[in-house]
Design a binder for this molecule. Structure first.
Ligand code: G3P
Ligand code: MG
Length: 238
């Protein structure tokens, strides 16, 4: 298994504002080995760590992330939505984030978001360049995405980087997709996973990770089914 049993989802998003440098520092402090984050794109081509395509849920700004450029980040508060203690926390660039996580020797599941406002190529090429420059250990990395097109593009450029295919629900042709990608893992919504699917995925030699699990009973049931690791918003629950 490449990742660990507990992967801090968006950092520890029940304990700190999701996808921020503070959330990742807290994950490290809590002894988590792996974190998950969402890579996203701004209009000037800067890759940032941010889940949504719009600003309202997570910041004091309004409108589309795509309408912003890197100069706008300093004026956006991405911490107050969580609590006053995090006021002034900003949306990190992927470059800032990779430097921190690599320095902290954390494992990283880098999920690439691919919204309709940009193309696969627009986000994949800068993500590859940033990882080449700022990531030192590829045994501590899995790149995942819901869009197979994005992963296929990465595979064309990087024959040996570890890729994980994300699905809400396992499609009937999953084996063809993971074979063509030469993926290392399958990542699923745990509420859709059946025993038979878990068994088949494990039999094919892939790692199986599921999101998002925030209670012990469910986690135990999933591990008993053969799941390798869970994405959780609060690793202290386990
Ligand atoms: O990577 C697992 C999970 O994060 C996928 O869904 O919406 O939380 O990014 P989402
Ligand atoms: Mg995610």
């Amino acid at each position: 298994m490449l990742a660990s049993r507990l992967i801090a989802h968006r950092g520890c998003s029940l304990l700190a504002p999701e996808n921020t440098l503070a959330a990742m520092s807290l994950s490290k402090k809590l002894g988590v080995d792996w974190v998950e984050l969402d890579a996203n794109l701004m209009g000037d081509g800067t890759v940032v760590v941010f889940h949504d395509d719009r600003l309202e849920r997570l910041t004091n700004g309004q409108g589309m992330l795509m309408d912003l450029s890197v100069e706008d980040l300093a004026g956006l508060d991405a911490g107050s939505h969580f609590s006053a203690a995090y006021q002034g926390e900003t949306i990190p660039t992927l470059e800032q984030m990779l430097k921190q996580l690599d320095r902290d020797q954390l494992g990283l599941n880098l999920e690439i978001k691919c919204y309709p406002s940009f193309t696969a190529e627009q986000i994949v090429l800068p993500v590859i360049a940033l990882l080449e420059r700022h990531w030192t250990a590829f045994e501590r990395l899995i790149i995942s995405c819901f869009e197979t097109e994005v992963l296929t593009l990465i595979r064309q450029h990087k024959p040996d980087w570890p890729l994980g295919q994300l699905w809400e629900e396992l499609p009937s042709d999953w084996q063809t997709t993971v074979e063509q990608l030469n993926a290392v893992s399958v990542h699923l919504d745990h509420t859709t996973l059946t025993n038979a699917q878990a068994k088949a995925i494990k039999q094919s030699g892939l790692d199986l990770y599921v999101y998002t699990v925030n209670d012990k009973t469910t986690a135990k049931r999933l591990f008993d089914m053969g799941v390798d690791g869970i994405f959780t918003d609060d690793p202290t629950l386990f």
